[in-house]
Ligand binder design. Structure first.
Ligand code: ADP
Ligand code: ADP
Ligand code: MG
Length: 448
């Protein structure tokens, strides 16, 4: 072991902070939670060995406050930091600062975050690696005129995307030249506000694609492997709602093809630790690279359920300098897993966030059911952060059993005091198109 981790600081909150505490504890590693003034009652604060308040409720004051997080790590004697997802997870400056303080960053090298965080640079790397791309610009677009010219070349509809994008923000479909100017300005200002970077690029808008992504892993000895794919086609506003693994839409040959594309990119940049390579899959059976996420993904549990590999533990072990101790090609896919993101939002009011106190909670259980969550009865969901309250995961020996099990668990779930999207999941799981696999990234918004 190149470097030992004895005490891990978790620079995050919510379910992922809890998930990381579980993994660390099973590895015999102590944990330091950080929390905002709004999160004093949060479960991760109670579960960790140590907990440090790092600032006010707004993310800028706490979960994005790099000096306070580094100070907490030093004062509490942590030797490593796990960033989770969101917040600082894809901030290369943070990764550099962590390393410059002699702390281990549980994630890729700063340069990997930097390349993949700029989607234009990411597409260049994918192109070098021989991975198929969505037709579009190879550099950011400088003006509305240029956008019109490129769009005329590749043909409408096109998609304007933020080079610095994430979480589905800064994206606009443009159906015709007449719409270009207003959409360009809207996407650019949304990107500027969200990421402090208004640069846009343009892609062919793929009609009726599926979203298929590959879980990858690299270690510092040059080993690269995969844990198969997930299908995340069911989305609202470009955000995933329900995911499954393996994809019900591809056969063995297509699986091999997409896994190979993902591994080419990992090898091209010498990627380290866990990552996800995202593709669109069109009706003609072609894959197109869209982006790489250089962190653990929200939907990682479904991959764990079908492969038996603990992704968070593997991240920590790779960060300690260990070799990857699994090889995707030799791991059989065991059954099928589905994740339903349970959000505190009101399906009857255009899915507006519905924070508040959980007055009654009963979580479903039984064979094949897993819940990753930070909420408990009596807990008040603060209004400052994202609205996910639980990830409900159902495993089955096949897709049919996983679906039936998920429906059974959704029926049993009791969450009172807040509104949730549980009724939406029930509708998805009983749709004919869902059952026969004929659904695309635009399907869910048509169904609701
Ligand atoms: P993943 O790619 O891991 O499945 P998503 O694509 O849904 O996650 O979200 C990407 C990132 O955006 C995540 O790190 C998540 O924390 C954040 N995010 C998710 N939902 C929202 C939201 N409603 N508003 C802002 N950020 C969000
Ligand atoms: P983010 O960083 O916000 O996750 P992505 O590039 O991963 O952005 O795109 C998010 C979603 O937007 C995809 O899962 C897909 O549904 C849709 N999307 C992205 N690019 C295209 C495209 N070229 N054509 C059609 N849909 C797209
Ligand atoms: Mg994405």
């Amino acid at each position: 072991m190149a470097r030992e981790i004895k005490r891990l600081l978790i620079a995050n909150r919510g379910e992922i902070a809890v998930r990381i505490i579980y993994a660390a504890r099973e590895l015999g590693i102590e944990t330091v939670a950080v929390y905002s003034e709004a999160d004093a009652d949060s479960l991760h604060v109670q579960l960790a060995d140590y907990a440090v308040c790092i600032g006010g409720a707004s993310p800028q004051e706490s979960y994005l406050n790099i000096p306070n997080i580094i100070a907490a790590a030093e004062a509490w004697g942590a030797d490593a930091i796990h960033p989770g997802y969101g917040f600082l997870a894809e901030n290369p400056t943070f990764a550099k600062i962590v390393e410059s303080h002699g702390l281990v960053f549980v994630g890729p090298k700063p340069e990997h975050i930097e390349i993949m965080g700029d989607k234009v640079e990411a597409k260049k790397a994918a192109k070098r690696a021989g991975v198929p791309l969505v037709p579009g610009t190879e550099e950011p677009i400088e003006s509305v005129e240029e956008a019109k010219r490129v769009a005329a070349e590749i043909g409408y509809p096109v998609l304007l995307k933020a080079a610095a994008g994430g979480g589905g923000r800064g994206m606009r479909v443009v159906e015709s030249e007449a719409e270009m100017e207003s959409r360009f300005l809207a996407a650019s200002s949304e990107a500027e506000a969200a990421f402090g970077d208004g640069r846009l690029y343009l892609e062919k808008f793929i009609m009726k694609p599926k979203h298929i992504e590959v879980q990858v892993f690299g270690d510092e000895y040059g080993n690269a492997t995969h844990l198969y794919e997930r299908e995340c086609s069911l989305q609202r506003r470009h955000q995933k709602v329900l995911e499954e693994a393996p994809s019900p839409s591809i056969d063995e040959d297509k699986r091999r093809e997409v896994v190979d594309y993902a591994l080419r990119l990992v090898r091209e940049i010498g990627y380290l630790n866990a990552g996800t390579v995202e593709f669109l899959y069109d009706e003609n059976g072609s894959f197109y690279f869209i982006e790489m996420n250089t962190r653990v993904q929200v939907e990682h549990p479904i991959t764990e359920m079908i492969t038996g590999v603990d992704i968070i533990k593997s991240q920590i072990l790779v960060a300690m300098g260990e070799r990857l101790n699994f090889n995707g090609d030799e791991l059989p896919i065991n059954g099928h897993a589905i994740e339903a993101r349970i959000n505190a939002e009101d399906p009857e009011n255009n899915f507006a966030p519905s924070p508040g106190r959980i007055t009654l909670l009963h979580k479903p259980g039984g064979f094949g059911i897993r819940i990753d969550s930070h909420v408990y009865q009596g807990y008040t969901i603060p209004p400052y952060y994202d609205s996910m309250v639980a990830k409900l995961v159902a495993w089955g020996k096949d897709r049919d059993e996983a679906i039936r099990r998920m429906l059974r668990a959704l029926d049993e779930f009791v969450l009172e005091g807040i509104r949730t999207n549980i009724p939406l999941h029930r509708r998805i799981l009983t749709r004919k198109e869902f059952l026969n696999g004929r659904f695309y990234t635009n399907s869910l918004e048509r169904w609701v």
